[in-house]
Design a protein around this ligand. Structure first.
Ligand code: ADP
Ligand code: MG
Length: 688
């Protein structure tokens, strides 16, 4: 089974190379390449019983063959079996093919019946001419269709898997799930599952299989989830064996800082601070994720962690995904730490060379103890003096690979830096278990007091005038408002044009108001100026693209309008509306949509109207849109699952966690083998 594919009949070096590109190296790999659907050639369907849309096997006698012109030449072959007739239509055909279809010739065809201009038709069916007295070949099992396999024909794949399945009878792949785990979950044995999925019997429950919920599929999905989970846990365990500077001093300074804050920390913030300080006191690197709904006050928690590090005589760095957000942190930290004589250093991609050189010097000689910036923080040429704490804000935009890379970047004779990642996108529990198993998790599950929940309503854009009137009233009474034009296309230009158009419309409709505009195409400094003017109250209505999504804090803003809300993700909308409801005035969020709304869109907007709880929103978003949206697909570095699906198989995840614990305890050899089977030698998360 671990032999190279070239031992199979028909696999030469050229085909082997093609298969390699599909990730297939050994015979065993073929067994784990599962069909993504099946065709039923296990029974002949009478032509009279054919339904449009059904793919099936038929047989019949040629009644008539003719070519017609429909823009180009079409070959039409009419066949019948006594119960009915159907037309086969070919757009591409050779002279020999045409000659085959003599009246009276018997054919067997496989294809999808559709309604066409001649009645029921099959377009380019697979077909074979039957000899006198020959019957159509009926399969005993369903025909597997393998996933797209550039340049390798389905027939070839079937042949290769046939060979692999035959070899498997003598040397089946090792059963790696302990019997008690399989019993507890009622999962079939590995070999049984593999054979079933490659060659399902004629009476297989095809519906269940297409949904990926057949026990045989769940058996494999379970093992795959287990492999990923254990791999992340290994990373976690590895961190516990690594060294880090234990940060134990400086209590007095930290406590004085907390006492002097203009507010009291919430119970949730206190709990999370305690968890972080306990981690930092350990001689091993902290790897902790803080989840907290938008507005829950993560920044001050990060500041306390930084101060702890600085008070212990080491450097702390905080990284944000955008310049805007990083600059805002820089400003918060400057305000908090200025009185303590701590001036944060600034590092970003768009910085002038001279400023950058100065920053780099102070970072290298240790005179900068706190460094704020974008991912420029971890580029070539940045030398830290004694970095011991790394904080990453809005973690959902970074993936496990970046996490690991950052750790490596901070490594020194002091050991690894402590790592804290923060996200405002609450990840449903099961998904977090799977995606962040290498991290310990803290949740800030309480908002600071005095916030009034945001009231959310959905309004069709035909009632835009009423909404504009509402903006006027709010701003006249001294409040401020956001008008958000979300990214509609994946295009900066359109994004910016949409915002410009809204800006023009609103300045014309509300001449008495001071209206500002901020969009993604502005230079960071310009954006910053706009945001600052809004913060200072110089601008009453801010028209913005989704750049305001993360982190902007203007307590006097109590009204938000979001255009094209029906096209946006729920979690993103939730993030957006978190920009209001930060002061004492009751706040409102108006979701403008283009009618008519479909049922799904209606349900989605209803979720936001009905709850202000980010976790509930995230759970619904996950169900409606899948994990990619939540975790930020492309950037996450989350691996592709071959068989498992984090949403469909969510209920397996807690069981995966339990099984991982028991297997690691009692069968650690198997644990290693499971990770290797699914992630390969190089596929470990730890290796980037
Ligand atoms: P987020 O978790 O979304 O990053 P921030 O850290 O930006 O939230 O905090 C939002 C606002 O709440 C800030 O103005 C912050 O100063 C304020 N804040 C944080 N903690 C408290 C608290 N315990 N009491 C009152 N206000 C707080
Ligand atoms: Mg924040």
């Amino acid at each position: 089974m671990s032999s190279p594919l070239t031992i199979l009949n028909g696999v030469g070096p050229a085909l082997a190379r093609k298969l390699e590109r599909l990730g297939l190296f050994r015979v065993e790999d073929l067994l784990f390449l599962l069909p993504h659907r099946y065709e039923d050639r296990t029974q002949l369907v009478r032509i009279g019983a054919l339904q449009p849309g059904l793919k099936c096997l038929i047989t019949g006698e040629v009644l008539l063959a003719e070519t017609v012109y429909r823009g180009r030449r079409n070959l039409l072959v009419r066949i019948g079996d006594g119960s009915g007739q159907i037309t086969l239509r070919f757009f591409y055909f050779s002279r020999q093919q045409q000659a085959q279809f003599q009246p009276g010739v018997k054919l067997t065809c496989f294809g999808e019946a559709r309604k066409g201009s001649t009645g029921l038709e099959m377009i380019h069916p697979e077909y074979r001419v039957l000899r006198e007295n020959q019957d159509a070949a009926i399969n005993e099992s369903l025909t597997p269709i393998y996933p797209a396999t550039e340049g390798v024909q389905q027939g070839r794949l079937r042949n290769l898997t046939d060979q692999a399945l035959r070899m498997m009878r003598d040397s089946p792949p090792e059963e790696l799930l302990p019997q008690e785990v399989r019993d507890a979950l009622d999962l079939p044995a590995l070999s049984e599952a593999i054979i079933y999925l490659h060659r399902p019997p004629a009476d297989a429950e095809i519906g269940l299989m297409l949904e990926g919920r057949h026990p045989c599929q769940q058996r494999l999905a379970f093992e795959e989830l287990l492999a990923h989970y254990m791999s992340l846990r290994n990373l976690r365990a590895l961190a516990r064996t690594e060294k880090a500077r234990a940060l134990t001093g400086g209590e007095g300074r930290v406590n004085r800082f907390i006492d002097k804050l203009p507010f009291e920390l919430t119970q949730a913030q206190k709990r999370v601070v305690a968890e972080i300080l306990a981690d930092l006191a350990e001689p091993h690197p902290m790897m902790r994720l803080i989840q907290g709904d938008v507005g829950s006050g993560k920044t001050v928690v990060a500041a306390i962690a930084c101060l702890k590090a600085i008070a212990c005589g080491v450097q702390a760095a905080i990284m944000a995904p955008t310049e805007l957000l990083a600059e805002q942190h820089w400003r918060s930290f400057s305000a908090w730490f200025g009185p303590l004589g701590i001036e944060p250093a600034w590092l970003s991609g768009s910085q002038r060379t001279a400023a950058r050189r100065l920053a780099l010097e102070s970072i290298a000689d240790g005179s900068a103890t706190l460094i704020v910036g974008t991912h420029a923080l971890f580029q070539e040429g940045v030398d830290f003096h004694n970095l011991a704490l790394v904080i990453i804000d809005e973690q959902h935009r970074f993936g496990v690979h970046q996490r690991v890379a950052l750790r490596e970047k901070g490594v020194s004779e002091l050991g690894y830096p402590h790592q804290l990642v923060m996200t405002a996108t609450p990840i449903p529990r099961t998904l977090a278990m799977a995606a962040y198993a290498d991290l310990d998790t803290s949740v800030i599950d309480e908002l600071p007091p005095g916030r009034t929940p945001v009231t959310t309503i959905a309004v069709p854009e035909t009632r835009r005038d009423e909404v504009i009137a509402r903006v006027r009233t709010a701003c006249r009474s001294g409040q401020q408002a956001y008008w958000v034009c979300p990214l509609i296309e994946e295009s900066d230009v359109l994004d910016f044009e949409a915002a410009e158009a809204s800006y023009d419309m609103l300045t014309a409709a509300l001449p008495e108001l001071r209206v500002g505009l901020v969009h993604g195409r502005m230079r960071p400094a310009e954006k910053e100026r706009g945001m600052q003017a809004f913060k200072d109250g110089l601008i009453q209505l801010l028209v913005a693209t989704t750049v305001v999504e993360v982190g902007v804090d203007v307590p006097n803003a109590s009204l938000m309008i979001v255009e094209n809300a029906e096209r946006m993700g729920l979690s993103q909308l939730h993030q957006l509306r978190g920009r209001v409801g930060r002061g004492a005035t009751p706040s409102h969020c108006v979701l403008l949509y283009k009618p008519p709304l479909g049922q799904l869109a209606r349900n989605r907007l209803a979720v936001l109207r009905n709850t202000n709880d980010g976790f509930v929103v995230a759970q619904r978003d996950l169900e409606l849109r899948g994990p990619g949206e939540l975790l930020g697909t492309r950037q996450t570095g989350l691996p592709e699952y071959r068989i498992a699906n984090l949403v469909r198989d969510a209920e397996l995840i807690p069981k995966v966690q339990l099984a991982a614990e028991s297997i690691s305890r009692s069968a650690s050899g198997k644990a290693t083998a499971i990770v290797r089977r699914w992630l390969g030698d190089a596929g470990h998360y730890g290796k980037v």
